[in-house]
Design a protein. Sequence first.
Length: 119
Amino acid sequence: MITASCHCGAVRIEIAEPPKRLTECNCSICRRLGALWAYYTRDQIVFDMAPDATVGYAQGDKTLETHHCRTCGCTTHWSGLGPENPDRVAVNARLFAPEDRAGIPVRHFDGADTWTFLD
């Protein structure tokens, strides 16, 4: 079990299994957020937070919504909005304890130009 939380603790996340890999993306929003994404489906994650604990932001083609804590501002996750992947969720692995993400390989994704992995 992995637990993660924003800085103030208003958003807590429980995940049954560690991810097999993490993704660092260089698209216009991910590079600014500095997030390290761990991908799951909604049924693999438990969010422990008040209904209004996060603020969502949907950019561009509006296929996903990035969330941050309303209190401390930490980017917590994104959720799919589009019909092709509505159950897809990515958790910001930078919210994990360092020992929980140690040793998990990081793939670099070119979300800015080619939409391919760079490794």
